[in-house]
Design a protein around this ligand. Structure first.
Ligand code: PHB
Length: 397
């Protein structure tokens, strides 16, 4: 129909038109642009392995969906937040203002996430929290654009009060890092334990992320409580169970915790964690087809065992995928996107869960026992536990 020169000219015009989008209606153009995902997670420090597992879980879900979420290819923008609250606002702003991300995914540390919550609220940016449990994120500071795929700090600790009381313990000592997640976990455990008649002999704290546990362990030995409840995670959890066992207390004063104490840490903890009982919304040996497949695929891709953090990252990607699919990949109508995200049914390795009105999972909390390199589920400590979402007033999107 044309000579070669004309053809090349026309092809060039077509390509230019496609690039500027003038051949496509604007909505369609928006959906073919890459999704800009801002990952703000710790890749150094005591929570480094947690940030890595979340990232890997997220990436596995992307890979399983053909390299896309909600039909959109992805550009990742990544920041190492170092679990450092003093840098958190700047880090989140870099992603939102400089990189112009469509959404933020993060983070692990409760103090850092509260800065992200503020940035998300101020800018109307979608925030998906794949770990940090700060109660206020889905409590007093809840918002239509803030979703969590993990837990509130209240959730996994609360059932342990009942578990410990039913195991005959009446006097407990608590120990944790003095920051949001530690304080809120202890408060929640205390609420469950004292309501039944248990009492707290002493609450002990050390600054995050210190691991000089010796003076505390010495004091626990002299106080001789029936049991000890702690919140520690990541590198600090490894050091703590080892120090506790080395001091000879493991078989004398039973140690309990929310399940972060033994999640993603078992290889490093070795004998010091064997037999420990913890409560959490995940367990390695959960008997469902999804969990088995997830653990197999994760192990194959990354050469390490999946843990709770990997599951939360995986579910964060699936939440976004499900929500975006329902609105044909568009960020245009936020109300429609958020309402779809509220209803997404996620086929999670932890088992089915639903999103509460405050945007936090309503989920089973399992009782687990460490056996070898696994947190085996030995029961359900609390069925379909919903965070009380104290102070949450959801405004319009
Ligand atoms: C938190 O800071 O919210 C936090 C950190 C690590 C965990 C759990 C909660 O394993």
């Amino acid at each position: 129909m044309t000579d070669r020169r004309q053809f090349i000219q026309q092809a060039g015009l077509l390509a230019a038109a496609a690039a500027t989008g003038s051949l496509m209606p604007s909505i369609a153009r928006a959906q073919t642009a890459k999704l800009r995902v801002g990952m703000m997670l710790p890749y150094t420090g005591t929570y480094a392995s947690l940030g890595t597992a979340i990232t890997q879980g997220f990436n596995l879900a992307v890979e399983e969906n053909g390299g896309m979420l909600g039909g959109r290819a992805i550009d990742f923008f990544t920041v190492d937040d170092e679990s450092e609250p003093s840098k958190a606002t700047d880090n989140a702003n870099k992603l939102v203002q400089r990189d112009k991300v469509d959404l933020l995914v993060g983070t692990v540390h409760s103090g850092v996430v509260m800065a992200m919550v503020k940035v998300a609220r101020d800018n109307g940016t979608l925030l998906i929290i794949p770990n940090a449990g700060a109660n206020a994120a889905t409590g007093g500071q809840c918002a239509p654009n803030i979703f969590r795929t993990s837990f509130s700090n209240w959730q996994p600790a609360h059932p342990m009060g009942k578990v410990m009381y039913e195991r005959g313990h009446r006097k407990a000592v608590t120990l944790t890092w003095k920051y949001g997640a530690g304080e809120e976990s202890i408060e929640s455990f205390k609420e469950g334990f004292t309501k039944l008649g248990g009492s707290i002999v002493k609450e002990m704290y050390l600054p995050f992320p210190n691991v000089e546990f010796q003076p505390f362990i010495t004091e626990i030995a002299s106080l001789k409580p029936d049991a000890v409840f702690v919140f520690f995670a990541g590198g600090g959890a490894v050091k703590f169970t080892k120090d506790y066992a080395a001091a000879g207390l493991k078989d004398k004063i039973p140690l309990y915790g929310s399940g972060f104490l033994t999640d993603g840490t078992l290889e490093a903890q070795g004998a010091s964690a064997q037999g420990l009982l913890t409560t959490l919304h995940y367990g390695d040996g959960i008997e469902n087809a999804k969990n088995k497949l997830f653990r197999y695929n994760y192990g194959k891709k990354y050469g390490v065992q999946a843990d709770v953090y990997a599951v939360q990252g995986y579910d964060a990607a699936l939440l976004l995928h499900g929500g975006l699919n329902a609105v044909k990949g568009s960020f245009g109508d936020r109300k429609a996107l958020y309402s779809a995200m509220e209803k997404v049914k996620i086929d999670s390795p932890r088992g089915p869960w639903t999103m509460s009105k405050a945007h936090n999972p309503i989920q089973d909390i399992y009782l687990r026992r460490v056996e070898g390199n696994a947190n085996q589920v030995i029961g359900v400590a609390w069925k379909a536990l919903e965070d009380p979402a104290r102070g949450c007033k959801m405004s319009a999107a």
